[in-house]
Every structure is written in C-alpha cells, then in structure tokens.
Ligand binder design. Structure first.
Ligand SMILES: *Cc1c(COP(=O)(O)O)cnc(C)c1O
Length: 226
C-alpha cells in the first residue's frame, strides 16, 4: 500500500464527483481511518498530506495520538462508552458518534472547551448499526441546549454495506435533508453545516450527495493489523 498514490486516487474521485455536482473540492475533508494500521502507516498518511485522522476505539486513538499529537486533527468515529469519555476528551477535535443524551451529558461534564460533535444517525434502520433514529434527531438537538460544551457541527451516518447505488444515494440524501432541517432551526450551538458520510466503498456517491467529511480506511491506508 502506497499512501501517496492512494491519496491521489481518492482525490481524483472527489474531483470528478464535485465537478458533476458543482461542488468545490475544498469542502470535502478526507479523514484517514487508521484503525486497521500501525502508527507507522498513520505517520505515512500525515506525511502524504492528510490532516485528519480517525480512530474508532479509545486504545487505538490514544496510541496514535501519543505518536502524532499535534501533527493531525483528531476524529473519534466509533461508539463511545460514557465512562471512556474522560480518556480522550482533551485530545479529540471532533466526536462523530454522539447518539444519546447520557453521552452528551458526560462530554459536557468532562470537557474544558466546546467539543465539535456530529450526531450519528441510523438512516438505514439496520439493527446492527449504531446511531439514533432519524425521527428523534430534532428533539435531541433541542435538548442539547442544556450542555454548553457541546457544539453540533453536523450529522454522521454509516450507509448499509451494499453495491446498490440507489440505496446508498437515498441514505446519503436522507441524512442531508435531516442536516438541512437541523440547520434551519438556526441554533447557535447547532450550526450543523457538515455531513460525515462515505467510506472506502461508497465515498464517491457520498461526495456527490454533499459529504463534507469522508472517512476512509481500507482504500487510503490499507488494512495491516487484522
Ligand atoms: C472503519 C470505519 C470507517 C472506514 O472504513 P473503510 O471501509 O475501511 O474505509 C469509516 N467510518 C467508521 C465509523 C468506521 O468504523
């Protein structure tokens, strides 16, 4: 796996998708998901010019952070147990998996600054997927007003694992519609401008449908540790 060439390939896909839909490529942030790879490979990604790194487990997050610290922006993208919030909250720049009030409460309590959060939404309704039901998102956002350290910067979803393009597109579109609904509330603590969606298998479609943050593991840094 050569991170330099895989990054160039991904950027080409992004450019094409943006051109089709009149988007600016600068709106699309590539998060290198390093959960399957070594610290060394994560370092290669940073050296290739990747600014954003994502991890889905607290242990992986900590070991990568210890090695690379302020050379990257740090995204926590996995399910977060409330009792582990304190272990990452100082280091993290974005949490992509806010999905319940108890977690918001804990983040609010442990944080010493505003934390940029994406609300994770289970658009596809698959039982195996984490995230909240779409119909609960607006009331959830309203309740977050009580937590001054929570800033809702966007919504996040994981699409179903499928080759069915229309299914993927519908999923991404639904998230975008919901994002627009939250944004229209005009809440200072919930600007909700971003869409975290798209992974190795579906990111070109996600970009076409408005993704601002794509989370790419396998296709960018590969898989070494399994
Ligand atoms: C692992 C993971 C990714 C990246 O998956 P790839 O298919 O390897 O690109 C993206 N988002 C989340 C939440 C993940 O857990």
């Amino acid at each position: 796996m050569n991170v330099v060439t895989s990054l160039a390939d991904i950027k080409e896909y992004i450019e094409e998708a943006c051109k089709k839909h009149g988007r600016n490529t600068e709106e699309v942030n590539i998060i290198a998901v390093t959960k399957y790879v070594s610290i060394d490979r994560a370092k290669q990604a940073v050296e290739a010019g990747v600014v954003d790194l994502g991890e889905n487990r607290v242990e992986g997050f900590q070991s990568k952070y210890d090695a690379l610290g302020n050379r990257a922006k740090w995204h926590f993208i996995g399910t977060l147990q409330s009792r582990k919030v304190k272990d990452i909250i100082e280091q993290v720049d974005y949490v992509h998996s806010l999905d319940r009030l108890s977690l918001a409460k804990e983040i609010n309590k442990r944080a010493t600054r505003k934390i940029s959060c994406f609300i994770q939404v289970n658009v596809s309704g698959e039982e195996s997927k984490h995230g909240m039901d779409p119909e609960n998102v607006l009331t959830f956002v309203e309740k977050l007003k009580a937590y001054e350290n929570i800033q809702v910067v966007g919504l996040m979803t994981m699409a179903p694992f499928t080759e069915d393009e229309s299914l993927l597109r519908n999923c991404f579109r639904s998230l975008r519609q919901l994002r627009d609904n939250v944004r229209e509330l005009g809440l200072e603590y919930a600007p909700c401008a971003y869409l975290s969606m798209g992974m190795s298998n579906d990111f070109p479609i996600a970009v076409e449908e408005g993704a601002t943050h794509i989370r790419i593991g396998t296709k960018l840094v590969g898989k070494e540790l399994e």
